[in-house]
Design a protein around this ligand. Structure first.
Ligand code: ATP
Length: 319
C-alpha cells in the first residue's frame, strides 16, 4: 500500500477528528501517502481530495465534529456512483480507504472493496449500534453529556419539579439511555430492546413518592418512543406531570472524552495496519481491550446484542 484516503460519513460524532488524525499520522509514520476526502462519499464523487501532512491534523484531537466534514450522498448508493468513486481513487493511485461512520457508510465501503479498493471501516457514531466492538467512537462522550444534563436537572428538580423525563438519542439502540441511566441513577430506563409497561412505571413512581422519594428521573431512548408521549401516558395514570427534556443534537457535540480519543486513536492506527497487511472490507473494533477486525458483511447483518446484565443492575439499584 503506497497511498490511502480517509473520509467521514453519515452523522458526525465526537472523536472522528481524533480518528482522522490517527489514520493520517499512522500512515505517514509508515511512509504511506494520505489523502483527506472532504464531505464523505459526495466529496469522493466530486474529486474533492487533498493530500494530508502531519500538520494538517494538528490541534484537532480535542475538537468535536469532523474537519473532513460529512454528508449523505444518494449518487453513491447506485452502482454507477460506486464505480465512479472507485475510478477516481484508481486514477489517483489510491489503493486503500478508511471510512469513519455508521452502518450506511459501512455498506458504501463494502461496495468499494468489491471494486478492488481495499477498505477499512471505523465505527463513528454516538449510537453504539455497531456490533463487534464494545464501543463506537463518540458514544462515551454522548453518555457523559447526558449524565451531565441529568445532574443539572436533579438540582432543579429537588427544589421545584419532582419528576423529569429525559429523551436521549440512539436511534433503534438503547445504549445511550442504558449507560446514562445507570450512571445517573435514573429510576426508570425505557429502551427499544426491552418491552415496558407504562402502567408499572406510573405505579412505581407513585409508590416511590409516597415512600418519601423526592425526585424521579425517567430516561427514554428515542427508539422506544418520545418523552412527550411517555409523560402524557404517566399523567393519565397517576396524575403526576413530569417535565420533559429532549437533549437532541447537543449529544453529538463538544470535546471528546479521553475514552473516545483513545478508542479513535487505537482504531485509526489499527485500520492503517490492516490495510498494510493487505486486508479489506473489515470493520475495526475493540472487544475486551483486544483489536478485532470483522467482515463488514457480518457487521451490517448482525444486530448489536443488548447488555441485559447492565439493564437489570440499573433496575436493582433504582429502588
Ligand atoms: P449514522 O448512523 O450516523 O446515520 P450512517 O453512516 O449510517 O451514519 P447513512 O446516511 O446511512 O449514515 O450513510 C451515509 C452514506 O453512506 C450515504 O449517504 C450513502 O452515500 C452511503 N451509503 C449508505 N448505504 C449505502 C449502500 N447500501 N450502498 C452504498 N452506499 C451507501
Amino acid at each position: 500500500v503506497k497511498s490511502i484516503a480517509v473520509l467521514t460519513s453519515g452523522g458526525d460524532s465526537q472523536g472522528m477528528n481524533a480518528a482522522v488524525r490517527a489514520v493520517v499520522r499512522s500512515a505517514l509514520f509508515h511512509g504511506i501517502e494520505v489523502y483527506g476526502i472532504q464531505r464523505g462519499y459526495q466529496g469522493l464523487l466530486n474529486n474533492d481530495l487533498r493530500p494530508m501532512d502531519l500538520r494538517s491534523v494538528g490541534d484537532i484531537i480535542q475538537r468535536g465534529g469532523t474537519i473532513l466534514q460529512t454528508a449523505r450522498c444518494k449518487e453513491f448508493m447506485t452502482p454507477e456512483g460506486q464505480e465512479k468513486g472507485a475510478q477516481i481513487l484508481r486514477d489517483r493511485g489510491i489503493d486503500g480507504l478508511v471510512v469513519i461512520g455508521g452502518d450506511g457508510s459501512y455498506q458504501g465501503a463494502n461496495k468499494l472493496s468489491k471494486l478492488g479498493i481495499k477498505t477499512m471501516a471505523l465505527p463513528g457514531t454516538i449510537d453504539n449500534d455497531i456490533p463487534f466492538t464494545d464501543f463506537t467512537i463518540g458514544f462515551d462522550t454522548a453518555v457523559s453529556i447526558v449524565v451531565d444534563a441529568i445532574n443539572k436537572l436533579r438540582d432543579t428538580m429537588t427544589s421545584h419539579e419532582r419528576s423529569s423525563i429525559v429523551e436521549v438519542m440512539g436511534r433503534h439502540c438503547g445504549d445511550i439511555a442504558l449507560y446514562a441511566g445507570l450512571a445517573s441513577g435514573a429510576e426508570t430506563i425505557i429502551v427499544p430492546e426491552v418491552p415496558y409497561d407504562l402502567e408499572q412505571v406510573a405505579l412505581r413512581m407513585q409508590e416511590n413518592f409516597q415512600h418519601g422519594k423526592r425526585h424521579s428521573i425517567i430516561v427514554v431512548a428515542e427508539g422506544a418512543g418520545s418523552g412527550e408521549d411517555v409523560a402524557r401516558e404517566i399523567t393519565a395514570r397517576n396524575g403526576i406531570e413530569p417535565r420533559v427534556t429532549v437533549l437532541g443534537h447537543i449529544q453529538r457535540g463538544g470535546t471528546p472524552t479521553h475514552n473516545d480519543r483513545i478508542l479513535a486513536s487505537r482504531l485509526g492506527d489499527f485500520a492503517v495496519r490492516k490495510l498494510m497487511e493487505g486486508d479489506s472490507a473489515k470493520s475495526c473494533g475493540i472487544i475486551n481491550g483486544e483489536y478485532v477486525a470483522t467482515d463488514i458483511d457480518t457487521v451490517v447483518n448482525t444486530k448489536k446484542p443488548f447488555n441485559m446484565d447492565l439493564y437489570e443492575l440499573a433496575l436493582r439499584l433504582s429502588q
